[in-house]
Design a protein around this ligand. Sequence first.
Ligand code: FDA
Length: 497
Amino acid sequence: GDGARVPALIIGSGYGGSVAALRLAQAGVDVHMIEMGKSWDTPGSDGKIFANTRTPDDRSFWLRTRTKQPLSNFLGFPIDKNVSRHTGILDAEEFSGITVYQGRGVGGGSLVNGGMAVTPNRERFGAILPSVDADEMYDVYYPRANAGLGVNEIDRAWFDTTDCYQYARVGRKHAERSGFDFVYVPNVYDFNYMKQEAAGNVPRSALAAEILYGNNHGKKSLQQTYLAQAAATGRVTISPLHRVTSVTPAPSGGYTVTIEQLNTGGGVTATKTVTAGKVFFAAGSVGTSKLLVKLKATGALPGLNNEVGKGWGDNGNVMCGRANHMWDATGSLQSSIPTVGIDNWEEGGAFAEVAPLPTGIETYASFYLSITNTPHRAQFSYNAGTGGVDLNWQTSWKQTSIDMAKSIFDKINRKEGTIYRTDLFGFYKIWGDHLTYHPLGGAVLGKATDNHGRLHGHPGLYVIDGSLIPGNTSVNPFVTITALAERNIDKIIDTDL
Ligand code: FDA
């Protein structure tokens, strides 16, 4: 309630926030989590909590009046449609030059993402987080994160025969014929549940094109894992539809946190202040960066250093499709959960997920999301004119990522005698180079913070989310975000409480 005092306040309920909440609560600390999105626990008029990708509705997007689907076109035709403004689940946040997709709600990105749970190759870890002890990460914290998240692997024999992964088997065949390393990728979607879906025994989710706007079944999002465990301690309370707007030192010690309560139309219905002993920024790379940059510039947190807002990257995301020959049909039934990838990181700087295109009809298309080793990093800065925070991303920077992705797909196209699809991102547009799903950085570990996420200049303030990671993880990021949060909160509980 308004005017309350809490020992620990966490801004955001994604991976970093959920790890912090559970571990602090287990250490005996009462925790209050503030989450600007909904709690996603109540069915809509169709009886379902989450909308389907084929029929997006008000629930699908964060405060937009028109959908902004990552794949904007099909057969060259735009597929976006009008919806009413609602605190929906997927935010397509637009900065100049890039649209950053993020999850909104209790569970953050875990609500919307594809569940691909990838631990980076150990040899690459030094380039991802140079100041972090890799032995400790690979011996203790990556295993702890994988266990906490409920990561599982697909049964290879089932993969080889099920209709719903025909598209992935075509992806495998083409990758192998071109000599690329093909890898199976673990996931937090329960593959046993998926088998039951295929057998017709349970309600379908992955096999009914659910992804991006939430999964009604099968996926272990943070609500089912870390947050369920946190709730069971009895020490964690969560305020959904509450947005933190300010954090500033309190005269009596600790921090005064200003919080707006939202209605589902996005309007502010109340403004509250809470005093917190410690504050954990876990609003995601963009959310945390925006808050810190603004609070420094407006004098609310004057002690923050000049590294705040820097080192932001897109994990090198680019998307593309390939048009297959008629004998390489990819199937009308496609599991929305990706489970395989092509690894050309050492040679060409790209790791590509073989992604679904779950349209429900045969498209003869292979679709890919590539993660690339791009060197480009952008910076957030406060705009006094608008009161907002800008990002200086350059559209042309994606060309580096496209070139890296082409190290895979040009070769496959030559080998197979195939071409790129040109109808998925606009009229005659091959590359989905306008977006990222993987924002990282903005409050980089060892720069804006010390080596465990303590913000410089203000004791008792911590960063514990994807903003700590300097722009790239070489693979999908949430396992690394979770493992790093596990490592940092261990240290903080040992030494700061
Ligand atoms: P995260 O973004 O999860 O959580 C931050 C939370 O803070 C959000 O719930 C937000 O609403 C809240 N918040 C922000 N500002 C606030 C404020 N001022 N006040 C209160 N609350 C606030 N990764 C992966 O490893 N495998 C995958 O398969 C995929 N796939 C994928 C698909 C799609 C469509 C997306 C959008 C993303 C992915 N990702 C992914 C990325 C992954 O989901 C992402 O890296 C993590 O969710 C980031 O975790 P964080 O803890 O940093 O923040």
